[in-house]
Design a protein around this ligand. Structure first.
Ligand SMILES: [Zn+2]
Ligand SMILES: [Zn+2]
Length: 175
């Protein structure tokens, strides 16, 4: 794969998180990831009934911004995002498309409400980014628990999955 992946902060995102995500993308998918300049959070994405941000609207905005040097984009926000049918989302991707985004909001809390150590928080952000990028590379959810494409509905699920693709998904990825 020779395409370049763009990591785009949408609103305030810690610089180290962006670096960790870019490094993990480069390692897992063997294609270079670059951190791009920060973009503003689109105001129209805020849903005042839910007090959350609509992931679909942010994705649309990512498409409108246009990143000519990158074939795929992972947007990163610290805000709480949702997809209409779910209460919240760790990430969202257009299956087989070019655009995805992830939210850090729920990754910095353990199931019991306590704070994770920073290293675990960084691991989680990298995993969600790798998972959403897998969808952009046309991978679907995987039944194999030792696979980054295994679905994580809760933070404990996310902590169980590894940073890599299972052999089946790896094969599907390579043309
Ligand atoms: Zn998924
Ligand atoms: Zn798999």
């Amino acid at each position: 794969m020779t395409q370049q992946i763009g990591v785009v902060p949408v609103g305030e995102v810690p610089a180290l998180v962006l670096k960790v995500i870019a490094a993990n993308i480069t390692a897992c998918y063997r294609c270079p990831a670059v951190v791009l300049p920060k973009r503003p959070v689109p105001e129209s994405a805020f849903d005042d009934r839910r007090n959350q941000y609509d992931a679909g609207i942010i994705i649309e905005q990512l498409g409108a911004w246009n990143f000519p040097a990158c074939s795929k984009i992972v947007g990163i926000t610290s805000l709480d995002i949702f997809i209409p049918i779910f209460n919240y989302a760790y990430g969202y991707a257009v299956q087989g498309g070019d655009l995805s985004m992830i939210s850090l909001f729920r990754l910095n809390r353990n199931a019991d409400g306590s704070l994770p150590p920073p290293s675990l928080f960084y691991e989680r952000t990298a995993k969600v980014a790798l998972h959403e990028l897998g969808h952009l590379f046309s991978l679907f959810h995987c039944h194999e628990t030792q696979c980054i494409m295994h679905f994580s509905g809760a933070i404990t699920d996310l902590d169980q999955i590894p940073f890599y693709l299972c052999p089946d998904c790896e094969r599907r990825l390579t043309p």
